[in-house]
Design a protein around this ligand. Structure first.
Ligand SMILES: Nc1ncnc2c1ncn2[C@@H]1O[C@H](COP(=O)(O)OP(=O)(O)OP(=O)(O)O)[C@@H](O)[C@H]1O
Length: 267
């Protein structure tokens, strides 16, 4: 039964070593005031150690599903459970503490480069962890070029900081997620503003970073989905196809994924 839009949350704890599995059951989601649902009848499991790629046309529901699986939004029908605990009943702070998210609209904090990566949550390894995350996100060259390294303010230059390009900022945002020692990693088009070399570097490191985590990434560049264990193709808010890259390609012209891939390759 459809529930109204709700921000009501519970206080149930989330397992210390969880989530081992994230389960969406008959999930639908309608934005407040919208006539049509952004997601409808979504069923899926995401296990720790798995990497899922979400693909589909603009407006298909990819970002919405990424937010639903991590408890940022609660479904308006159906449920999302982490190890059996419905996120509607869970303590939202405990849930969010377990999520590292690179949203499409990441924030450019007017703080030093270090704080833009740690967000005030330094790891016990200190700057070693910051540099490791930066390297994995291909942001090490960005930091090396800053006049005062990690101490450089990334506020706008008219405030006395150092300006970064859109692609450089995006690498810092990815480093932020990699720095967070969270078991759920969600990246919504993490490389949209990146040049081909930086994008390639991030995706070649993603598999290692995803180890032991439940990872979801959204991408429009379908070649990136080769590294996923499973691809989920969304179409108008529904799951249209799922499978590995090879599975979907082998379906040929009957597959939406195959058709999208052909269009990209013919470009
Ligand atoms: N804040 C919002 N309020 C109302 N409707 C929204 C909102 N955000 C998204 N939608 C609608 O929900 C649907 C799914 O949007 P969503 O952003 O999840 O798609 P997407 O597949 O991530 O798209 P894109 O590839 O363009 O990023 C779309 O029809 C969109 O217009």
């Amino acid at each position: 039964m459809a529930k109204p839009w709700t921000t009501r949350r519970g206080s149930a704890p989330v397992a210390e070593d969880g989530p081992q599995v994230i389960t969406a059951t008959d999930v639908s989601f309608t934005y407040p005031g919208a006539d049509t649902p952004a997601l409808e009848g979504i069923n899926l499991d995401l296990k720790r150690g798995e990497v899922i790629a979400l693909v589909g046309e603009n407006g298909a529901g990819k970002s919405t599903l990424a937010r639903i699986l991590t408890g940022l939004f609660l479904p308006t029908a159906g449920s999302v459970r982490w190890d059996g605990v419905d996120l509607a009943d869970a303590d939202p702070a405990a849930v969010l503490a377990k999520v590292a998210l690179v949203p499409q609209d990441y924030t450019r904090w007017p703080l030093a480069a270090r704080e833009n990566i740690t967000l005030g949550q330094p790891r016990s390894e200190g700057d070693i962890a910051v540099h490791a995350a930066a390297e994995a996100a291909d942001a090490d060259s960005v930091i090396a070029a800053l006049p005062h390294g990690l101490d450089t303010s990334l506020a706008r230059s008219w405030w006395g900081g150092h300006d970064l390009s859109g692609g450089q900022w995006q690498r810092v945002a990815v480093a932020r997620a990699f720095h967070r020692d969270a078991p759920v990693l969600v990246m919504d088009e993490p490389t949209a503003a990146l040049d081909a070399r930086a994008e390639h570097r991030i995706y070649t490191r993603l598999r290692a970073l995803a180890e032991g985590r439940a990872t979801v990434f959204v991408t429009h560049r379908l070649a990136n989905t080769r590294l996923a264990d499973r691809i989920i193709v969304l179409d108008h808010g529904r799951i249209a196809e799922t499978g590995t890259f090879d599975d979907l390609v082998s379906r040929g012209a009957t597959s939406i994924f195959f058709e999208m891939l052909k269009l990209q390759e013919d470009r």
